[in-house]
Design a protein. Structure first.
Length: 220
């Protein structure tokens, strides 16, 4: 029989892709937030933004399209690494991560897709966009709550299994709680920092996988 340590080698590409995705997605989002101009409060300003900021708009849409693959691989990697953890913590990790992908992807698409063809955006279309623009923030807030739950689940599991130092586990847990406040923006930075740190940790510690309980007759 294969030993438990053979598992990471068979799915090493998932760990690598997940770690890279956890780093790239928040970096892309933070870059967009810090470099993008305001879309404006009027239809004319929005149309001008769409025509002049196609790169920013496409970045948001690419983030939405990439999230299922990048963060999906990250969540799968976490699930493998924490397979010996309490089932409740595993459920928080998987459900929270899955809901984050859904809410985040819809929010970014809601903001980006209508502006992809800025030269075709009409005044009526711009006014409609401005009317439902706040819905994107609500969805982003829900994505923050979801990833906050995921981070809390991962943190509690890591503390329980002892796979990280105690201080790191408590800092991680604190970032998970702060992530719940994404609707007021501070939470975005909390989960972005956590994702980047977790991605780096996974890249530097690919073989640190919590051992699963051995079945009877399994030879290590």
């Amino acid at each position: 029989m294969h030993s438990p340590n053979a598992w990471p080698r068979r799915v090493g590409w998932i760990h690598t892709l997940g770690a890279i995705g956890a780093i790239l997605l928040p970096l892309g989002l933070l870059f967009s937030f810090f470099t993008s101009e305001d879309t404006g409060d009027t239809a004319a300003e929005l149309i001008a933004y769409a025509e002049d900021s196609s790169t920013d708009v496409w970045l948001l849409q690419i983030l939405a399209l990439a999230a299922p693959l990048l963060i999906g691989a990250f969540v799968a990697s976490l699930r493998v690494r924490l397979r010996a953890a309490n089932e409740a913590y595993q459920a928080l990790t998987v459900i929270g991560g899955t809901l984050f992908i859904a809410f985040f992807g819809v929010a970014m698409t809601l903001w980006a897709a209508p502006l992809l063809s800025g030269d075709e955006l009409t005044t009526a279309g711009a006014e409609a966009y401005l009317a439902f623009d706040d819905a994107g923030w609500v969805l982003l807030g829900m994505s923050g709550i979801s990833i906050g739950a995921m981070i809390i689940g991962v943190s509690l599991a890591a503390l329980d299994l002892g796979v990280v130092p105690k201080w790191a586990g408590w800092v991680s847990l604190l970032l998970g709680v702060v992530s719940l406040a994404t609707i007021v923006a501070v939470g975005i930075f909390a989960w972005a920092v956590w994702l980047i740190a977790a991605g780096i940790f996974l890249l530097l510690g690919r073989d640190r996988v919590a051992p699963a309980a051995e079945a009877p007759g399994v030879v290590a």
